[in-house]
Structure formats: C-alpha cells, structure tokens
Design a binder for this molecule. Sequence first.
Ligand code: RET
Length: 314
Amino acid sequence: MDCISGWCKSERRLDGSVAIVTGSNTGIGKETASDFFNRGARVSIACRDIEKGNAAKKDIEKTITDSGRGELVVEKLDVASLNSVREFAKRILLREKSIDILVNNAGVMMCVEGKTEDGFETHIGTNHLGHALLTVLLLPKMNSSGDSRIVFVSSLLHKWAPQLDLEDMNFEKSPYDAYQAYCRSKAANVLFARALANELRKRGITNVTTYSLHPGVVGTDIGRHFSDSVVRGASWIFNKASPLFAKSPKCGAQTSIYCAVDEACSKESGLYYADCAVAKTSKQCQDDAFAAKFWDWTIESLKIEKYDPFQTSN
Ligand SMILES: CC1=C(/C=C/C(C)=C/C=C/C(C)=C/C=O)C(C)(C)CCC1
C-alpha cells in the first residue's frame, strides 16, 4: 500500500540494530515501530502504560512480513518525568550494546494549563525537555554504535510559534495559551535537532545524525486532550472525522521511517522534513545562533551542565 503523500522506498534491513520509539503504543509511533520490527530490528516500545504497550506488541506481531522480524520489548517510559527518563535510560544503557535509532515521537497537544513534576509547562516539558534528556543520556552509546540517527517528530505547527522568549518558556510572564504552548514545543523540537547537529559537527562527530519532521495531519490519539481545551466533544469528533481529512497513521509514519532508515538522507543532519523530503522551517528555526542559545537553555533547564553528552564511552 502506497501513500500519495510520500512513501519511504528504502528496503534497508535493520537486522541486529536496536531502535527506540517513544509513544509507540499507538498512532504514528506504533506504525514506526512496526516498520522497524519488520526490517529485523530489536525495537523498544517505550510508553507510559505497559498494558497498552503489550497490546500494541500483540498487534505489531500480527504484521510480520515474509522477510522476517526482529524483536519487540515493551518498556516503561514517561517523557513528562525526568526521573522516568533517567530510569529508562539507565536500563537501556545497561542492556544494549548499541543504540542505532532513537525516534522521539511521544507527544501531547492542547492540554489545559499545568506543570510536569519537574515544574515545566506540560507541552515543553513533555514534548521537548523529556526527549532532550533522553537524547543526551543515550548519545554516548549512540556515538559508539557506528552510524546512528536521532529523529524528532515535530509538526508544521512549529511555524505558528512566535519568536521563543527563553525567559518565558513556562508561561510565567505571559497568559497561558494551549495552542501556543504546543506550537512552541514543536519549534523546540526543530531547533534542538538543528542545535544538536551543529554541536556534533563542531566536534567532528559525523556518525550520529539528527532529523526533525512534520508527519502530516494524522488521525491519532494526539486529539485526546482536545475536549479539555478546545470544545466539549472535540476529541470524539476529531477521532470520528479524521479519516475524512487526515492521513492514516501508517502514511503519517513514512517521514519518520524515511529519516530513520533511508540511505538518501544518511549524510544529512539537522534538517527538517515533510512527505519524505527536506522542507523549509520557520525563520527562527533556521537561525544557528538562536539554536545555540536554545541548546544552552535546554541544558540549563535539565540541570546537566556537568554532564558531557559527547563522550564516547558507555
Ligand atoms: C476535526 C476537529 C478539529 C480539528 C483538528 C485538527 C485539524 C487538528 C490538527 C492537528 C495537527 C495539525 C497537529 C499537528 O501537530 C477541532 C478543531 C479540534 C475541533 C473538533 C473537530
């Protein structure tokens, strides 16, 4: 089955590779995990709810193609909690000899005003900071694993974010706006992928590459909080109506899969993609000086100034 909106045509196998996909119990993440599994990878289904993860594992096992399968490991990870991210990273680093693919896919949208347990605004804390910590903790192993790729699932809506005010990322100065909070967190994904690519380049590290992307408008659980902050019943309507205007999760996963496996982009790093091709980002996300400031803001927020993500041992 092809998707009119772009299809990852690569037939590359991932036998012996290790891939981690956050939020892969459902939606785009589940389809991404299923693709890697059918290419032979050992895939970590990293999600909050182990039961939902196990149900996804059962579903994915039914998709086995003739070319064979890898392995699925369901694992507890809540990216809204830095503690949970640390625990998850510790377990993975102890168990895996290499980490070849990390897809930062989990996300929330249109949540009511709130803070994560670490005191960050819900969207920036979950969609960006949790994934940023996961990325830097896994980086030394990825750096020692030969060619490896880090993929950030962003959104076209990153373009609706105003110029980010690093003094007000948690809406302490300005009034809370759920839509803007989401758009900011998606700009954060694009900026962080770019900043990380620049930091790696600066140190001559060429075997780890980064990607950010817009999956398309996709009918998934991303609408689960629409009823809380848009209008009553919005989540239900989004669920029912999305097949009429949105991509299926399988088509929505194609750009994530392209960035993670395709030979065509293996030498690219820090760019933004849509429909399996490089696309243009907003002005602030093309600004390398601002990306560097955003990198520093992220490291400070995570309180890991003393940690060196660019070491190779682990
Ligand atoms: C159908 C529908 C809606 C439309 C939702 C859309 C179009 C969501 C798009 C989400 C995107 C693009 C996310 C990207 O990151 C509303 C307004 C919630 C109201 C209830 C019914």
